[in-house]
Design a protein around this ligand. Structure first.
Ligand SMILES: Cc1ncc(COP(=O)(O)O)c(C=O)c1O
Length: 383
């Protein structure tokens, strides 16, 4: 089968359709996850300074500029006690999105299987398919989206399973996996000799609980490739500076694929993200407080409007249940919502392989200014 044929089921995603609809209709876009307030001015100044220096406007090295690789290694040590080699253990990518694609292309063989928690971020299914591999799904179910460790152990046990792909804090549910869940995942990875790939782009956006990287668990550092990105931590989603870090043999496989995807890019942005990461804790504390206030505002307003609300512990999104409103299909409801109420949201079905799972759930982004959330709530209440 050609790659195009393998990718056909993923087509133009509902996210692209809904964002286009938001632009066309002028609806408030609570569909796509991007903040409507820029990140810190001093980080923007660092981009300008890098551009003006006359030394940061050409190709970066394939692995990324040394200052950023050093900042990533220092961040992993400072925040989590993880030792990463800035020369052989880091690959800078064009956002986490390219990191995910290069990981799948670099580490998977056709016919391999990957354990994935569903609902999942949409690029996982497409990039696993690009690599000619297939998914073994473990489903997180509303309202609490708890992980069933027995189901996970069964999924990890197949003879062709090579990788486990994990996302915590999780998009779209907002779950932050607990230590006991991570310990069960680590057990399965060690028992079945799996490579673990962790998507931690929301690592600093946790409101309840704490983010524990899987790589910090016993026996996991040597088998875990950690993916993250500056977009969410510093509110610059358009800069697309991401990275993979971990054991050199895993990072080398990612680099091998990445060199033929984009080679290297965004040199001045890489320098600015190095500056941002060196001071990450100072930048993320106020951002996290603002996002938590946005979460609470949207949760309270949706509850008052009659929606069921699954309260997220981290990230940009919450899921609301339409069943209490008497709605049986979130996909139809979301497609009509821009015209009816001037709001865009995403049906959770888009994140599940099984179209019946999450049929009445809708994902809303709360990474918006309070007045935007209030206006969306007013429109949703009057729908
Ligand atoms: C779970 C998850 N992974 C990866 C990404 C992509 O990150 P980036 O913008 O750095 O490519 C997103 C963006 O929404 C996401 O939610």
């Amino acid at each position: 089968m050609t790659t195009a044929a393998r990718l056909r089921p993923f087509g133009t995603t509902i996210f692209t359709e809904m964002s286009a609809l938001a632009l066309r209709t002028g609806a408030i876009n609570l569909g796509q996850g991007f903040p409507d307030t820029d990140g810190p001015g001093e980080i923007v100044d660092a981009v300008t300074a890098a551009m003006r220096s006359g030394e940061a406007n050409q190709y970066a090295p394939l692995a990324g500029v040394p200052a950023l690789r050093a900042a990533i290694a220092a961040h992993q040590r400072r925040c989590y006690g993880l030792e990463v080699d800035p020369d052989d253990g880091v690959q800078v990518t064009f956002g986490a999105t390219e990191g995910i694609a290069a990981t799948m292309l670099g580490l998977l063989e056709p016919g391999d299987e990957v354990v994935v928690l569903e609902p999942f971020y949409d690029s996982y299914a497409a990039t696993i398919a690009m690599a000619g591999a297939t998914r073994r799904l473990v489903t997180l179910r509303p309202p609490d989206f708890a992980l069933d460790l027995d189901e996970l152990a069964r999924a990890a046990a197949g003879p062709r399973v090579r990788m486990l792909l994990l996302n915590s804090p999780h998009n779209p549910t907002g779950r932050v996996l607990e230590r006991a869940e991570l310990a069960g995942i680590a057990r399965a990875c060690v028992e079945h000799d799996l490579v673990a790939v962790t998507d931690e782009v929301y690592e600093h956006l946790v409101f309840d609980g704490e983010h524990v990287p899987l790589a910090t668990l016993p026996g996991m550092a040597e088998r875990t490739l950690t993916i993250s990105s500056a977009g969410k931590s510093f509110s610059f989603t358009g800069w697309k500076i991401g990275w993979c870090s971990g054991p050199p043999r895993l990072v080398a496989a990612v680099s091998a694929a990445k060199q033929f995807l984009s080679f290297a890019g965004g040199t001045p942005f890489q320098h600015a993200v190095a500056v941002a990461l060196d001071d990450a804790e100072r930048h993320v504390v106020p951002l996290c407080a603002t996002l938590q206030a946005g979460r609470d505002r949207l949760c309270d307003g949706l509850r008052a409007a009659g929606f069921g609300v699954c309260v997220p512990q981290g990230g940009y999104f919450l899921n609301a249940d339409l069943a209490p409103l008497g709605v049986s299909d979130a996909d139809d409801w979301c497609r009509e919502l821009p015209a009816r109420a001037g709001v865009v949201a995403i049906p959770a079905q888009a994140f599940y392989a099984d179209p019946d799972a999450g049929r009445t759930l809708v994902r809303f982004a709360f990474c918006k200014r309070p007045e935007v959330i209030d206006e969306a709530l007013a429109r949703l209440s009057a729908r």
